[in-house]
Design a binder for this molecule. Structure first.
Ligand SMILES: [Mg+2]
Length: 267
């Protein structure tokens, strides 16, 4: 960690004062947990769950997970093996198109009927012909993954996917979302929209932070950077890249360290 990083962290945590309930927004895959080919086995890094549980137990932070996955997948991954978390967390899924409240109430953004029909037809087509990649079927999106494929195969899958997804992305209500090792054609708000909605719900002056690793998190960093109160955006990733985030940190050690500092700042 550089002196500059330390300074920015200290500045941000210095704004935590008694009575304030800071907002901590966390991406899941790559940020709290390593990537696994079998996504159901992507459990958080050692110590991360425990640190999150301590923050929750402390009762001062509003903690929300914002993920590209369907929201319901996150609870079991955070709670399995040891039920450390006192209560379910709020999770925004499908990159922000879905909101799952801690009490189980679920909101899902609706697409215009025509757009939904075209998207459903494409999903049906890709269930039978996956273009050589890994097709992920989401209610609001068709997703093609090529993470793990050889560079040559990946290039081929990407080209075929773009041929289909790009013309469709010009239809009303559909957008293309690029992430590392894949492409998503989707309806609904993105992570930036989710962050903006959550920040709008906080009291003025509330410290807010977002931690994420992927290209899809850039919209969230930009939304956090626009907050009028104290704010911090963190790119959590093994290697640096061009980013809108304030800081770059390396998982898992610095992720654990960040959560520990967060908790200490509220003690
Ligand atoms: Mg991620």
């Amino acid at each position: 960690m550089t002196d500059e990083t330390k300074k920015k962290l200290d500045e941000f945590f210095g704004t935590f004062s008694r009575g304030k309930s800071p907002l901590l927004l966390l991406d899941y895959d790559g940020t709290l947990a390593p990537f696994r080919v079998d996504r159901t086995k992507a459990h958080p890094w050692t110590g991360v769950r425990e640190a999150m549980a301590r923050i929750q137990h402390q009762g001062r932070t509003r903690m929300v997970v914002i993920t590209g996955r369907p929201a319901k997948e996150i609870g079991p991954l955070l709670r399995s093996y040891s039920p450390l978390l006192d209560a379910p967390l709020e999770v925004w899924g499908l990159h922000g198109a879905e909101r799952l409240h801690p009490d189980g109430k679920r909101e899902l953004e609706q697409a215009p009927p025509d757009t939904q029909r075209r998207l459903d037809e494409l999903r049906e087509h890709l269930r039978h012909s996956n273009l050589g990649g890994q097709f992920e079927d989401k209610p609001n999106a068709a997703v093609m993954h090529w993470r793990g494929a050889s560079p040559r195969t990946a290039k081929f899958i990407e080209a075929r996917t773009r041929e289909i997804f790009e013309p469709m992305s010009r239809l009303e209500g559909l957008t293309l979302l690029e992430f590392e090792g894949g492409l998503e054609l989707r309806v609904g708000r993105n992570k930036g929209g989710a962050v903006a909605a959550l920040v709008a719900e906080t009291a003025p002056g509330t410290p807010v932070a977002y931690v994420g690793d992927d290209l899809t998190d850039e919209a969230a960093f930009i939304a956090i950077n626009k907050a009028t109160g104290p704010h911090l955006s963190v790119l959590m990733r093994p290697d640096p890249r061009e980013t809108a985030a304030d800081l770059w940190m390396r998982p898992p050690t610095e992720m654990r360290g960040f959560l520990k500092k967060w908790m200490k700042a509220l003690d």
